[in-house]
Design a binder for this molecule. Structure first.
Ligand SMILES: [Mg+2]
Length: 306
């Protein structure tokens, strides 16, 4: 890959916020069409409903990641745990999973994040929750993939101690950063670069094995079939979610709306799949390619701490 110029702080802010928008719209779109996902294409063609399209825990936690970065310039686990737990207390009904609720309640009750995260599921969570919120972090550090990897790991383990939970976050963060780095390349070339960098930097394990399999799945295959082959997030684990998401993002790199529709068509964890694909694509495409009515229909985001 060509050398990447170092980003200014303003560029980091701006790209991370763009990616947050893409993530939040993907989250809300996936949530909106999760019920009856098989018919999402026809339903969207008939006209999308007026807003608000509610965003869920994926966006709530991504807001937490970006707040930590804006306050601190990098991930500091203690601070991130505090922000997550504060946001959860404010809005506990955003659709957090059972495991996340337990961890955030422990942290809110004064337990250390490390003890809470380690104890979950008897060895740490391998859920897709660290990957679902990480795209803005990939954007923030998009000029340096080695920093993306270490920062994604730190952001993940606050709630996802298990190596697979962390691997999923690394894969999505790297994909987001690479989507920005390769934005000037035609989609076919960008797809090759993003795919190989994600494989190079994701640690060994089931998530990485799934990613290897995803690279072998033809882009023209239907999302439903690909989802059955790779897992579509129905198990809400990183290995069951992230390979499908990366496959789906890479096959539609120049089409935000088309990527979201296809991703949801594959079923599974629709809001989380949408959040990840939406974040990755916004890094390449910016906000201009997102349908205006989608942008306007999504529930507003709260102001971020500058
Ligand atoms: Mg959600």
């Amino acid at each position: 890959m060509n050398a990447v110029t170092m980003m200014t702080r303003d560029e980091r802010h701006s790209l991370a916020r763009t990616v947050l928008e893409g993530l939040a719209i993907g989250d809300a779109f996936g949530e909106l069409y999760a019920y009856g996902f098989e018919n999402v294409r026809q339903r969207v063609a008939q006209g999308v409903p007026a807003g608000p399209w509610w965003w869920t825990d994926d966006t709530a936690m991504a807001l937490g990641v970006i707040e930590c970065l804006e306050r601190n310039g990098k991930i500091e686990e203690e601070m991130l745990a505090w922000i997550f737990s504060r946001n959860y207390k404010r809005e506990p009904d955003r659709g957090y999973g059972k495991g996340a609720r337990q961890i955030l309640q422990m942290i809110g009750g004064g337990e250390s994040w490390e003890k809470a995260a380690r104890s979950a599921f008897g060895g740490g969570s391998m859920g897709n929750g660290a990957a679902m919120r990480v795209a803005p972090l990939g954007a923030w550090f998009a000029d340096d993939l080695s920093v993306v990897v270490t920062q994604a790991m730190k952001s993940a383990r606050v709630t996802h101690w298990h190596p697979e939970g962390i691997a999923g976050a690394i894969a999505v963060a790297v994909a987001t950063a690479c989507a920005w780095q390769t934005r000037a390349l035609p989609a076919a070339e960008a797809r090759e670069v993003i795919g190989s960098e994600v494989l190079r930097l994701t640690p060994e394990g089931d998530t990485r094995e799934g990613l290897k399999a995803a690279m072998q799945v033809e882009p023209m295959l239907s999302p439903a079939v690909a989802g059955r082959r790779l897992g579509n997030g129905a198990l809400v684990t990183a290995p069951d979610t992230v390979p499908y998401v990366i496959w789906s993002a890479l096959r539609s790199l120049d089409d935000y709306a088309g990527a979201l529709i296809a991703t949801v068509e594959g079923g599974g964890d629709c809001d989380t799949n949408g959040a990840m694909v939406g974040g990755i694509l916004a890094a390449r495409l910016g906000l201009d390619t997102i349908p205006k009515e989608w942008l306007e229909a999504r529930e507003a985001l709260p102001p971020l701490v500058a």
